[in-house]
Design a binder for this molecule. Structure first.
Ligand code: GDD
Ligand code: MG
Length: 322
């Protein structure tokens, strides 16, 4: 069965300050890290071995995910001392499972994407075309911030144009690729390589079979605070949700698709609107929390008003969730 690689080593610059202490893929959606949602999607497609390609704040992943047995999966960790770029990270991670002898396909996931597309169908499409690489494509209204990927009438990719001002199609790279192992062995080892700016354009130019699997299901890159909050609200799909063991006083008003983690406590008279609250957070009485992100293990004193803020145990900084 295919082997998964999760690209989780980026700096999450556009999400700052939310990524000051938390790597982007460990930010919570509905109380679970983005990575956990992706692992569950991979498992559903029959992918049981996944390598996490980590770099920035790599030490945060292992205590949470361990060897993967809690999810019935086998998880491995490839750590880049300095980020190797998306291509270098894939090459480095695949080397952990001896890809040169492998006959297994690899499924690569950008680590900041929530997608409900059918990964097993994408793998079948890859095999049916005897492709070298197969990219999940999705149509968006504005393609400028993404990899623009035109295809021909049978779905063959004809170009790959990363982030352009005048996109030639609205079909974009949705950040989930199937690679045949032979292609991975062609990525130079130990070098900083961009899969988007180097590998894909080269494969297409040299006439290799690269295909686009087009599926228009729920899809979101959570790479900005506004997108993360949208993803969280989409997941909650109602006034609010709260994790196991969280105690909420009966007169609290929690709305706007807020998400409260596990083992937290919210005191009497508090009002929480469009906010993300982590695990083990203590919120006192009569607090107002609006458009804010409260990291795990924070203590908020009674009567505090927090509007448009990122709060961690050591930080208090403004954010915009719009
Ligand atoms: N291990 C590792 N090492 N991971 C990395 C590195 C690295 O050096 N650089 C980036 N990543 C990870 C990020 O953590 C993220 O999960 C993923 O690679 C993609 O990087 P982003 O920084 O989020 O890229 P983007 O959103 O601007 O563009 C990418 O995603 C779009 C879809 O959301 C591209 O793949 C676009 O082509 C695509 O359309
Ligand atoms: Mg991204």
């Amino acid at each position: 069965m295919a082997i998964g690689i999760l690209l989780v080593g980026g700096f999450g610059t556009r999400l700052k300050p939310l990524t000051n202490q938390t790597p982007k893929p460990m930010l919570p959606i509905g109380g679970l890290p983005v990575t956990e949602h992706q692992l569950l999607a991979a498992k559903k497609a029959g992918i049981n071995t996944v390598i996490l390609a980590t770099s920035y704040l790599s030490e945060v992943f292992i205590p949470y995910f361990g060897d993967g047995s809690k999810w019935g999966m086998k998880l491995l960790y490839a750590v880049e001392k300095e980020p190797l770029g998306t291509g270098g990270a894939i090459r480095n991670a695949a080397a952990m499972v001896g890809f040169s002898q492998s006959s297994e396909d690899f499924v690569i996931f950008n680590g900041d994407v929530l997608s409900k597309h059918d990964i097993a169908a994408q793998l079948d499409f890859h095999k049916a075309n005897s492709a070298d690489a197969t990219l999940h494509l999705i149509e968006v209204a504005d393609a400028r911030a993404f990899g623009c990927v035109p295809t021909d009438s049978v779905g063959r990719v004809t170009d790959f144009l990363e982030k352009m001002d005048n996109p030639i199609t609205n079909d974009i790279n949705a950040g989930c690729y199937v690679f045949s192992p032979s292609v991975i062995s062609e990525i130079p080892e130990g070098k900083v390589i961009s899969i988007e700016r180097e590998t894909f354009p080269q494969l297409v130019k040299s006439g290799r079979p690269v295909y686009g699997y087009r599926e228009q299901s729920y899809w979101l890159d959570i790479g900005t605070p506004a997108a993360l909050f949208r993803g969280s609200r989409d997941f909650v799909a109602g006034d609010f949700m709260a994790g196991v063991g969280t105690k909420i006083a009966s007169d609290c008003i929690i709305t706007g698709g807020s998400s409260i983690g596990a083992g937290s406590s919210i005191g009497t008279g508090s009002v929480i609107t469009n906010s993300i609250v982590g695990d083990g957070v203590f919120i006192g009485d009569n607090c107002t929390i609006t458009d804010s992100f409260i990291l795990h293990n924070c203590q908020i004193a009674s009567g505090t008003e927090i509007i448009g803020k990122y709060i961690s145990p050591t930080e208090n900084l403004p954010i915009s969730t719009q």
